[in-house]
Structure formats: structure tokens, C-alpha cells
Design a protein around this ligand. Sequence first.
Ligand SMILES: CC/C=C\C/C=C\C/C=C\C/C=C\C/C=C\C/C=C\CC/C=C/C(=O)SCCNC(=O)CCNC(=O)[C@H](O)C(C)(C)COP(=O)(O)OP(=O)(O)OC[C@H]1O[C@@H](n2cnc3c(N)ncnc32)[C@H](O)[C@@H]1OP(=O)(O)O
Ligand SMILES: Cc1cc2nc3c(=O)[nH]c(=O)nc-3n(C[C@H](O)[C@H](O)[C@H](O)COP(=O)(O)OP(=O)(O)OC[C@H]3O[C@@H](n4cnc5c(N)ncnc54)[C@H](O)[C@@H]3O)c2cc1C
Length: 639
Amino acid sequence: MEGGDHLAHERKKAQFDVEAMKIVWAGSRHAFEVSDRISKLVASDPAFRKDNRPMLSRKELFKNTLRKAAYAWKRIIELRLSEEEASKLRFYVDEPAFTDLHWGMFLPAIKGQGTEEQQQKWLPLAYKMQIIGCYAQTELGHGSNSSKWWPGGLGKISTHAVVYARLITDGQDHGVHGFIVQLRSLDDHSPLPGITVGDIGMKFGNGAYNTMDNGVLRFDHVRIPRDQMLMKVSQVSREGKYSQSNVPRQLVYGTMVFVRQTIVADASCALSRAVCIATRYSAVRRQFGSQNGGPETQVIDYKTQQSRLFPLLASAYAFRFVGEWLKWLYTDVTQRLQANDFSTLPEAHACTAGLKSLTTAATADGIEECRKLCGGHGYLCSSGLPELFAVYVPACTYEGDNTVLLLQVARFLVKTLSQLGSGKQPVGTTAYMGQVEHLMQCHCNVQKAEDWLKPAVILEAFEARSARMSVACAKNLSKFTNPEEGFAELSGDLVEAAIAHCQLIIVSKFIEKLQQDIPGKGVKQQLGVLCNIYALFLLHKHQGDFLSTGCITPKQAYLANEQLRALYSQARPNAIALVDAFNYTDHYLGSILGCYDGNVYPKLYEAAWKDPLNDSVVPDGYREYIWPMLKQQLRTARL
Ligand SMILES: CC/C=C\C/C=C\C/C=C\C/C=C\C/C=C\C/C=C\CC/C=C/C(=O)SCCNC(=O)CCNC(=O)[C@H](O)C(C)(C)COP(=O)(O)OP(=O)(O)OC[C@H]1O[C@@H](n2cnc3c(N)ncnc32)[C@H](O)[C@@H]1OP(=O)(O)O
Ligand SMILES: Cc1cc2nc3c(=O)[nH]c(=O)nc-3n(C[C@H](O)[C@H](O)[C@H](O)COP(=O)(O)OP(=O)(O)OC[C@H]3O[C@@H](n4cnc5c(N)ncnc54)[C@H](O)[C@@H]3O)c2cc1C
């Protein structure tokens, strides 16, 4: 079959209104319209071509990124795009660049930690891109006194940085503070006196994150003007006197709360992209299972394929909704901070840290699983999956190593439990800890497989598991005379308790989403199926936790798995429509296996001939190396 829509028969199977689901995925009709318009704008502009990335040398790749960034900025100005539209445009250009750090961290750091006066001075310059900034926190070695190492945009492009460094006045160390530092001349881009700066070198994968100039930075007697210390949280007077505003010191780390929240939203984009590719290809690919000479089985019909693919599809939706909620939480905490209410900052920190950890780990693993789900072709760069994996996998490390972040969550949980004794009622995502007595002894009320479809049953099982794991950690910790020693010794268990808590958050936010009014034929039902797949898949995967804490019985674990299989069958006819609802253009997907029309094989065949290696029939190097070898063997054979 040539041309046409090879997936049309699959699209006809859908039992819900795909257009309505697109709105749910986007978050609102307005968000959908912006995203749809901008994605098409980028896809239709040859200047944003990206299929040649894996073939380019680092220098060519980097120059190409600079060209695209400058062209994108020109289009943003010409088309008078709003901030929302401009950020969508950068998203659909789909190439990590110094602009990510400028808009994503440099500007937010000044907004969050600069005084009104500092904001008035620096933000207009940054908004007009008259200065370009990065975020320099991480060090090559340990402590805030060696060389900065890793900051994106630092290596070759940034003119300024927000640098985190120790503040010492009158011989007293006041800890880490943020400073705006000019790095390069605005005339000829050379480093200013005392500053050594450069790129840290090639990173994992061809193309991929190598479009970014992650950098190294050293200072030698560099003077930072006093008014370039970000002074919302603490100040130094002209006389060198240090003082602190009436706000928590933790606000110095506020930019991380913001960025981790965006990383959760991004996880759903990266995972849904991989899942879209793997789902479409699984419907196109036929392998074995032919009966009476009929067509072979579509691999998507194998239960094993479904049990690997559909939980990832469900996870993409789950991460989308928890990301939406996290954005709300961040907005809420920001408004409270402006009114001097700091009470929800620890929860916002724990939620963003924990969910960043969970969603990036699952997404990185999920992309790799999608590659395997596509068989051999998944390993080709033209599948889009190798580059997506290489770009995505550092998300498990940047903005805080995932294990380090889970330990932050664990500290928060232990603290929450310890405060129960003093009568402090937990709120928000830890409110369930208020029912800890009930959760420690409740029994799961599942007698038949369908009982697992009740949201209250699922929630109670997840709450009980999380509460019991945290309480067990707290009890074990209390046996240590030195709490820090105990925390270090039990850190493995603490990480598992933190994971259980964060999984509960994701499941509960999906269930809450379903309690809203969701228009569109069959849309809510499909989301219900996905929500149950997500929850029961987690329960099946972590059944050791649920069983060992006595939250469920072996029989109930068996019933959960039985229900999960039934849910896969319900999702099957809707699979293609559920990934169509992401509304990704073929340009954004960047994958032959995932193309909308499913016409995979002719495109793969054509693409192979475009590889530079096929420019000539006899490759470069043949005459030099292979021909003499063949001749030699011929001579030996004749002897
Ligand atoms: C084919 C595809 C092609 C293209 C694809 C295109 C796009 C790519 C696709 C997807 C990309 C995805 C997302 C992109 C979005 C953005 C990312 C872009 C680039 C990455 C940029 C990366 C930047 C960085 O990494 S910046 C460096 C970040 N560093 C860290 O996070 C370090 C981790 N460590 C910590 O967080 C530590 O806590 C600390 C901040 C260093 C402090 O440590 P310290 O030991 O001093 O203190 P404690 O940890 O004990 O904490 C003390 C106290 O403070 C509370 N606390 C800690 N942190 C916070 C906080 N952030 N907010 C509030 N409170 C905080 C802590 O709980 C303690 O409280 P208590 O005293 O009450 O216990
Ligand atoms: C692509 C990329 C982009 C980046 N961009 C930026 C940027 O723009 N700006 C910036 O400032 N930084 C940036 N970073 C740096 C990033 O934030 C750090 O790499 C990250 O915070 C992890 O710190 P680390 O590298 O020091 O790892 P380490 O802390 O050395 O971690 C090494 C190992 O030790 C473990 N470990 C560490 N501490 C503990 C602990 N307390 N308990 C138990 N285990 C522990 C970790 O789990 C990990 O397995 C970037 C990194 C990457 C990869």
C-alpha cells in the first residue's frame, strides 16, 4: 500500500472524541490553539530543519543552533509573539540552546531573588536580549570555591551569569548567595579581566545535548559591585554590614522550585513523544502469528507489547495532569510568598523535588523502553528515539540528582510525622498522614477484580502503603542516638518511602482530574481507563511494598493484575487516537516510525539512501585500506 493513511483503520476504532481530548491534553482551548498554530509555524519553516543533526560535527551543530536561535528571535519580534507564544516556539524548535537557560533560569532567578530595584535594572535588558544570562551553581569539585562546571549557555555565549558563591564579610561566612556577574565584553565578547571561561566538551550522543555550550568558569580577583548581589533575601550595606529580610533563607533556592516544576511538565512531553512513536509503529508493524495465510499479527496486539506500552501511555497522561497541578501549586506558593506567607514553601519544595525525580526517571526509562518496543528500527537515528533519549537522560541529574532529591522528600516526610506528636495537622499532599492511625491498621476491601476500579480503594491502598513505609522509617530512625547517622544508614529505605509518597501524589492528582467536568464524547471514560492502568501498573510493579506492609493480600495482588489485563484490552482500540490527541506534528516527532500516516517502510528505505555514506558506491578509504587487504589475501591464497 503506497501513500494514504496507513493508520486510518486504527483511527476509526476510537471510542472517544479525539478533538476534545486534544483540548484536555493541552490544558485549555486557548493553550491548544496557541500550541497548534505555533507547532505548524515551526514545522513549515525550512530554517528549523533538524533531521541532519546527528551528521553534523560539534562546531557545525553549535553554529547551526546559534543560527536557529537568532532566526527564532527574529520571528518572535516580527510576528510580535506573546511570551507564551515565544516559549512555545522555542519548545517546537526542539533544540537545547543557551536560550533555555536565559529564559528558564537567569530571568527567573533575578525575578525571584532580586529586589524591585534590581529587577527594574536587569529584567528589561534580559527581556530584550541585550544581555544573555545563564545560571552558575554547580562546581567542578566540592564547595562553592573551586571552578563552576556545567552551566548551560556559559561555555561560549552568555554575557552574564547568576553565580552562586559564598558571601564572606568581615571574615564571617554567610553561606551561599546569588550574584549577577558580567562575564564577557558586550563589544567583542571577550572574557572580562580575571575571568576564564570555556566549553566543558562533548557530551553523550551525537547531536542531542551537544547543541548546548555547558561551560567552565574561574574567577581570579574579580570584583562584583555590591548592588549585583541578589538582595531580596539578605543584604550587604555600603558599610559592609550583613542583614537578612524577614523571609526564609531557603528562598535563595527558589529558582530550583520553579525549574523543577517545568521539568515535570516537560517529562510528559518527552514521554508522550516516545510513546506516540512506539504506539504508531506497533500498529504498523506486523510480525508472526499469521493464521490460515492471513496477515501477520500487528505487534500492538501482543499482550506483552501492551503490558510494556500502555503503562507508558498512561504515565504520559498522569505526568501531564500532575504537571498541571504542580504549576497551580507553584503559582499559589508564589502568591503566598508575596503576602509574606511562607507556610507552604517546604511542601512546594518537597513536591517539586520528588515529582521531578519520579517523572524524569520514569521518562528516561520509558524512552529506552519505547526504543526496544520498536525492535531494530528503534535503534536507527531516523526513529527519533536515540536522540530523544540522549537529550532527555541528563534530566535525571540536572536540577538535582534524583536520589539526592528523594532524600529531601524523605526529610520532609519524617519531619511531618514527627510534628504529628505536637498536634500539628498535616495539610496538602501530606494530609493523609493525619489519618495515620487508621492507615496503619486498615484492610483493603477488594474481593473481585473490578473492586480495583474504585478510586477510594486505590487511594486507600496507596495512602496506607506510603504511611506505613514512612512510619517504619521514622521508628527505625528513632533507634539512633545521632539522627544524621540514622538518616545515612537508612537512606535506602527513606528513598523508597519517598517514592511511595510521590506515586501517591500522581495517582491522587489523576483521580482528582477525573472528578472535574470533562466534556467530549467518551473522553472521561478513556481517561478513567488510563488512570486505572497507571495506578494498577504501579501496584503490580511495587507489589512487594504493598504486600510486605500488609496493605493488600496476595489474592488482592493477583486480582489487581487480572484487572490490569482487562484494562489493556479496553485501551487497545483507542491507542492510536490517544496518541493523536498529543497533536504532535511530524516535524516535532522527528521520527519515521512515528509519522502520522504510518507509511513507515518506504520512508525508511528512502532515508537510508540519503545517508552521506551512500553518496558514493565505493566509500572513501576503500582504496587505501580494504583493497590492499583483499589483494594480500588473494596473493596468499594463490601461494
Ligand atoms: C531530540 C530532542 C531534541 C531537543 C529536545 C529539546 C528539549 C529538551 C527536552 C526536555 C528537557 C526538559 C526540561 C528542560 C527544562 C529545563 C532544564 C534545562 C536545562 C537544565 C539546567 C540545569 C540546571 C541545574 O542543574 S542548576 C543546579 C541545580 N543543583 C541542584 O539542584 C543541587 C541539588 N541540591 C540541592 O538542591 C541542595 O538542597 C542545595 C540547594 C544545594 C542545598 O544544600 P544544603 O546541604 O546546603 O541544604 P539542605 O539540602 O540540607 O537544605 C536546607 C534546608 O533548605 C530546604 N531546601 C533545600 N532546597 C530547597 C528549595 N529549592 N526550596 C526550598 N527549600 C529548600 C531543605 O528542605 C532544608 O529545609 P529544612 O532545614 O527545613 O530541613
Ligand atoms: C546536561 C546538564 C546540564 C546542567 N546544567 C547546569 C546548569 O545550567 N547550571 C548548573 O549550575 N548546573 C548544571 N548542571 C549540573 C547539575 O545540576 C549537577 O550535575 C547535579 O546537581 C548533580 O550534582 P553532581 O554532578 O555534583 O553529582 P554528585 O552530587 O557528585 O552525584 C554523584 C553520585 O553521588 C550520589 N550522591 C550525591 N550526594 C549524595 C547524598 N547526599 N546522599 C546519597 N547519595 C548522594 C548521587 O546520587 C550520584 O549517584 C547540569 C548538569 C547536566 C548533566
